[in-house]
Design a protein around this ligand. Sequence first.
Ligand SMILES: C[S@@+](CC[C@H](N)C(=O)[O-])C[C@H]1O[C@@H](n2cnc3c(N)ncnc32)[C@H](O)[C@@H]1O
Length: 412
Amino acid sequence: MIAQSYDDIPYESNALKQTHPLHLYQLASYYGFNPTPIENARVLELGCASGGNIIPMAFHFPSTLFTGLDLSAKQIKQGNQWIYDLQLKNIALRCMSIEDFHDNEKFDYIICHGLYSWVDEPVRDKILQICHDNLSDKGVAYISYNTFPGWVIGNTLRDLILFATKDRRWLEDKINQIDSLFAIYQEGLTQTQTQTEYSWLLNEELKIVSEHSVNQLVHEHLSENHCPLYFYQFIEQAQRFHLNYIGDATFFDEGGDIAERQNNDFIQNRRFRSSLLCHAAHEKHNSTQHENIKQYYQQYLALSDNKFPIVSKKPHASLLARYQSQLQQHVTNYFHENILLTPVAQALMPFLDGQHDLPALCQIIKKLIIEGTLEIVDKNLQPISNESEIEENTIKICQETLYLLASRALLD
Ligand SMILES: C[S@@+](CC[C@H](N)C(=O)[O-])C[C@H]1O[C@@H](n2cnc3c(N)ncnc32)[C@H](O)[C@@H]1O
């Protein structure tokens, strides 16, 4: 059933910066642990979908070995096509259920994002069992999950959607019904005679979910299982498998012990966590002050916000980004971030191979505009069709686009 839903509507599988082993290495080191440097590491991703997260990692770290598992044959097939086309030798994607994974291989990093709270108890236990059995002595596991109390109201809305669509047999019919359902509820909730704190909360949640893509609706609000949990409950579950909590991988980890963190979740109505675990026996050395971790985050974020980008004479983007741009509108940059391209950037990207200078790139874009494949607009958002204006604007647009790509860490 789960495999079928991901085969029918595949998950948008993208790079997730906070799961990157480089980041996990840095964080675990700051917390006083002694993780394996990424260059010699083995990495396992559970529920890797089509590999949009680990394939870019494998591309940039050829000496690191990556394995991905997913139940959905269609997604694994797509990922394997990417691996074949990019000729990557350090990654294998396997189509199988996590429950059937019984290997002895040890991994230095285990990543499990967007899965733990969407599967039933035996799979959740198996995820933790794999972390126990297959994490190397110095290994770090990353598990993300939806949390209470943030998901209390989210779950009410999910129940509402499941209830209202229960008699529709086909997924497509259920999806089509959701828009009108939202309109009815929004109207009811905003009528003054029904205004309460509850109606305000539910309406706010409705506003968030009405912005969701079909993909998100299917996998979050129409999915079979959804089991958010409190942070302290997750920690208890991990401890049953002799796994200890290190810290969280999100960029706003507030520090503190388990009780303080749980109290903060209550205060902030937190709805999501990405927690790092290690073996209970993994000895901690000198734990760094939380201030230092904050500093690391600031540096990390500043690095990916390049205010003084340099565009070389013949610009070069990674083979990975050039390949991705021919299949989709978003690509992975050098900081493992998912970057959405403008139509001009997407058209330019395949030619950023270090062989084309600005005049050559302008010629390519100009040709596409004249052919009608690409459209550029003036300051009043009117399409430009006059040839001399196209000539004049193309140089400006190409220069601006290259500058933007460099500033988003897509050029080297
Ligand atoms: C919500 S997606 C998350 C994908 C990816 N980790 C990400 O965050 O982009 C969940 C993925 O887990 C896979 N999955 C669900 N149950 C599974 C199981 N028992 N074994 C392996 N994969 C599973 C689904 O096929 C789907 O691709």
